[in-house]
Design a protein around this ligand. Sequence first.
Ligand SMILES: [Mn+2]
Length: 316
Amino acid sequence: MKKKNQPISGNELARFSGPGSFMRLPYVNDLKGLDVAFLGIPMDIGTSWRSGTRFGPKEVRAQSAMIRPYHMGTGAAPFDSLQCADIGDLAINTFSLADSLKIVEQSYNAILNYDAMPMAIGGDHSITLPILRAMHRRFGPVALIHVDAHADVNDEMFGERETHGTVFRRAYEEGLIIPEKTYQIGLRGTGYTAEDFTEAQKWGFQQFPAQELWHRSLASLGGEVRRDIGADVPVYVTYDIDSLDPAFAPGTGTPEIGGLTTSQAMELIRALKGLNIVGCDLVEVSPPYDTTGNTALVGANLMFELLCVLPGVAYR
Ligand SMILES: [Mn+2]
């Protein structure tokens, strides 16, 4: 039997007069009975360079309006088996990063009291630290699939220990993630020292620089990651839009050339089917730097790809 919450569909008029939610899903306040809760975290005060990700959720939702509920490529029809809704944006404090991160953590603790899996639209990458704290409280240490141009393992930035570039060092130090089941995919660009990326390898992180992935399918890499994690371990997926080449996703705060293609991103996500994914986020979409909306369109579609690989969704 089909689940009750289906995206508003039918004629073009309905599509364009939808509620402004992710994929025209219903907005709800009550998480009871939900399998998946989409939410926005409209924040950019953890970013070190170009800001604007506070508008990410709004634009990703807007660009998601055309996505239809059936996936032609994989046969997935996620809304038939998962009860999904948009639960709106978290009310962060734009004048305090520390306070905002607490609000994210407390909100996630509340969400995870239900069985609803949170799928967050960021926001800069600093949101992922409080999310992982809440995930750890609920599930214990999680495996981490981190797709990004940057390893985000700085010790501090401008003297601050909680920023969008320090997330995964803090997560490692706090024991929130399983280091040897942490996969950083798409790394590239410039750093401050030669150790900027490599230090994390000593902690156990498995790193896959973009240049090793040029010209190859990511289906095999995704399959290796899937087999390495195993079917039972809880997995969190954090997807930084700047993992993609700026040709596909220029609307982001710290773009780096030589990144993944959209088809590589889709191959990677599809290969994760079968994992025990417990939450996802899509971060760093900064709409002011891409007024075409294309970056947010890519982000919205990657969210849909992630939704389709969640447990309980059938693949062809
Ligand atoms: Mn990044």
